[in-house]
Design a protein around this ligand. Structure first.
Ligand SMILES: Cc1cc2nc3c(=O)[nH]c(=O)nc-3n(C[C@H](O)[C@H](O)[C@H](O)COP(=O)(O)OP(=O)(O)OC[C@H]3O[C@@H](n4cnc5c(N)ncnc54)[C@H](O)[C@@H]3O)c2cc1C
Length: 87
């Protein structure tokens, strides 16, 4: 069961979403579940030119786990960026 804090925040956010994206929220809809994810709260350091870790040789932090992306496309593009910086 959802805690009151989570329940009220979801309720408030759906009202805001309904105002931003008309017809997404109706009084007939039944919310049966939500998908939730968060981006990595940490970022592995990397040199801005070489995109390598500044201290650990041959470590190329990239993508979401390293803190440089927040989705499939941004993770893929970051991987390409790191690869191209090291050709
Ligand atoms: C439930 C869910 C839904 C999502 N939906 C969307 C969406 O709709 N749209 C969107 O844009 N993004 C979505 N994302 C985010 C997206 O999936 C990620 O941002 C993206 O996959 C990150 O890519 P990545 O290559 O950085 O990491 P990952 O895809 O996690 O790849 C990391 C890889 O490294 C491997 N690995 C880990 N440790 C080691 C090790 N020690 N040695 C060797 N290999 C290792 C793992 O097995 C894995 O294959 C979603 C994520 C989740 C969890």
């Amino acid at each position: 069961m959802l805690s009151l804090a989570v329940h009220s925040r979801i309720r408030e956010s759906l009202i805001v979403l309904g105002k931003k994206m008309r017809s997404f929220r109706t009084n007939d809809a039944i919310l049966v579940g939500i998908e939730s994810r968060t981006s990595s709260p940490v970022r592995i350091p990397r040199d801005s030119a070489s995109l390598k870790h500044p201290k650990v040789s041959n470590l190329f932090p990239c993508g979401e786990g390293a803190g440089y992306a927040g989705g499939i496309m941004s993770a893929a593009l970051d991987g390409i960026r790191v690869a191209q910086a090291n050709i």
